[in-house]
Write a protein that binds this ligand. Structure first.
Ligand SMILES: [Zn+2]
Length: 221
């Protein structure tokens, strides 16, 4: 089992990914999710080596502080850009489109042990720039098996959709998106990677997602 999904209410996900040095926890869901994450990790039988965050929204970092307290030796990793949002610095960079930072940014007490840039590796994962939903939003491609942890660039709840256009069945990711044209561009970038499966922040894992991703992009274009 290379990875498992822990979900709350079937709506928001954490992924637990096996690496040689332990588990990588991708995102921490809402506050109060620590128990569920730890018991999911127990099922893998290896310790948590790191907590990897795709972006700084409250439904992805909600249990960061509590989880970090439980596994204080684990690394904490986020993009350098969203690390600012994690400490509630809401300033935009010169050149970034001036748009409202939507969604909740509750911040966290936990400081990242390191920040990363697109193109860097975290174990088997390659960090892929996928801005738009947030300025520093990252996706992660598992180079072993082609799984794309796309965070909120796509959701699969109520059907595969980009965060560039609201899906009426589950509009949350689009409503919380900072800059939709950038999000659409990122959705195209991720599609071009031709992932074998799509593991989103919200909704179930989708196998062979190419056609569904194409349709989602077409809907938002
Ligand atoms: Zn989000």
């Amino acid at each position: 089992m290379p990875f498992s999904r822990v979900s709350r209410f079937g709506v928001v996900n954490t992924y637990l990914l096996e690496e040689e040095d332990g588990l990588t926890v991708i995102d921490t869901m809402l506050p109060g999710s620590t128990k569920a994450i730890l018991s999911g990790a127990d099922a893998h039988g290896i310790p948590i080596a790191r907590i990897l965050l795709t972006h700084a929204h409250g439904d992805h970092i909600g249990s960061l502080d509590a989880l970090h307290e439980a596994v204080p030796d684990a690394e904490v990793i986020i993009s350098a850009r969203d690390a600012r949002l994690l400490r509630k610095d809401m300033s935009l960079d010169p050149g970034e489109p001036i748009d409202k930072l939507s969604g909740s940014y509750p911040g966290a007490k936990t400081e990242p042990t390191r920040t990363i840039e697109p193109g860097e590796r975290v174990g088997s994962l390659e960090a892929i720039a996928a801005p738009g939903h947030t300025p520093g939003h990252l996706a992660f491609l598992d180079t072993r098996d082609g799984t794309l942890f796309c965070a909120d660039a796509y959701s699969t709840l109520g059907g595969v959709a980009t965060s560039a256009k609201a899906n009426w069945r589950f509009p949350l990711p689009a409503l919380a998106t900072w800059h939709k044209p950038t999000a659409l561009e990122s959705a195209r970038t991720l599609r071009a990677l031709d992932p074998k499966r799509l593991a989103p922040g919200h909704g179930k894992v989708v196998e062979n997602p190419a056609a569904a991703m194409d349709a989602a992009i077409a809907k938002a274009s």
